[in-house]
Design a protein around this ligand. Structure first.
Ligand code: FES
Length: 339
């Protein structure tokens, strides 16, 4: 292994990736990558460099003192970056902003490779990177896209997996919407500027069954996550409920079908809210929750704010408590809030 990939998730939603060489401390690797993580002593004494390791394997050694990091904190996943030597790729939450660490999100130039319209419901947009290499990101994260000539930007989750040749996005069509109007006349080869990656809604280490809840084009981040899980050959039980308003909002079902063949324990169900629909499952995702996930599962949700609120209420009222509940609330115009 030449180096490990370390994701630094800052408090303002910006993610930066750095390489960390074998036996290199994360604080030193960040500095080499021109990112000034919080630090004071760099000796395991002050605790200023404390961060949370969300995933990955690492060694903290035994050269730090209890005042800097207690045993309980270390057991909870807190780390001192001035002592931390990774032995795998890791994700760290940094409790300060990217600007305080003298870094910022990165800007990328891309060109339109493909635009695929799905009735008047959604558009699959594929982008090529100018210069070739696609940005590194965590499955579930999003990019900000500046809409050419409009002076505005919109946020869209990747539907493609990290490392794919092209970046993929699933975009809701909105009559009169800035992005929808631009896409209506865009051509292959048109240029777009993106910044990111952003967001704390991303796939954590899979330690238990997963419940994925997608509202409309909130399906996008789950396609990215499922691709990563399929490539890794995961065998955990995964159930996705994909809820939409109208029948024609159900898109990319063939991709979900393909995942049922690639992931042995993946199942999904579609749900349509429209009362006039003849779909076999009608109503809201909360009315179609599986009862075979067992008491210990992680839940991920990407959908509009009322869906997030309804699912939280459902968990409260039924006493069903996922071990972890990660969600992203979005409106058609922007990603609002992640947790
Ligand atoms: Fe002081 Fe790490 S910088 S403990």
């Amino acid at each position: 292994m030449d180096s490990y990939n370390i994701a630094l998730n800052f408090e303002d939603g910006v993610t930066r990736f750095i390489d960390c060489k074998p036996n290199e401390k994360v604080l030193d690797a960040a500095y080499r990558n021109k990112i000034n993580l919080p630090m004071d002593c760099s000796d395991g004494v002050c605790g200023t460099c404390k961060c949370r390791a969300e995933s990955g394997r690492y060694d903290l050694g035994d050269d730090f003192i209890e005042d800097a990091l207690t045993e309980d904190e270390a057991a909870e996943g807190l780390v001192l970056t001035c002592q931390m030597i990774p032995s795998s790729d890791c994700v760290l939450s940094v409790p300060t902003s990217s600007t305080a660490c003298k870094t910022a999100m990165q800007t990328y130039e891309a060109t339109v490779a493909k635009i695929e319209r799905h009735a008047d419901a959604a558009i699959v947009l594929e982008l090529d990177m100018a210069g070739g290499t696609t940005p590194t990101f965590l499955p579930g994260q999003y990019m900000n896209m500046a809409i050419p000539g409009r002076g505005v930007q919109r946020s869209y989750s990747f539907s493609s997996a990290p490392g794919a040749d092209r970046m993929g996005f699933l975009i809701k069509m909105i009559p009169g919407g800035a992005m929808s109007e631009w896409l209506a006349q865009a051509q292959a080869g048109d240029a777009l500027k993106l910044t990111g990656p952003m967001g704390s809604f991303y796939l954590r280490e899979v330690r238990r069954p997963l419940l994925m809840l997608a509202g409309g084009t909130g399906l996008a981040p789950f396609l990215s996550m499922l691709e990563v899980l399929a490539q890794a050959g995961h065998a955990q039980k995964i159930h996705l409920i994909y809820g939409v308003t109208r029948d024609l909002d159900l898109v990319l079902l063939e991709e979900l079908e393909a995942f049922t063949r690639r992931l042995p324990n993946f199942t999904y169900a579609t749900v349509v809210a429209d009362e006039a629909s003849s779909h076999p499952r009608k109503g809201w995702v909360t009315q179609h929750m599986p009862n075979d996930l067992g008491p210990d599962f992680d839940a991920y949700l990407c959908g509009p704010p009322p869906m997030v609120d309804a699912v939280r209420r459902h968990f409260d009222e039924t006493g069903i408590r996922p071990a972890n509940f990660h969600y992203e609330k979005f409106t058609p115009n922007a990603v609002l809030e992640t947790a």
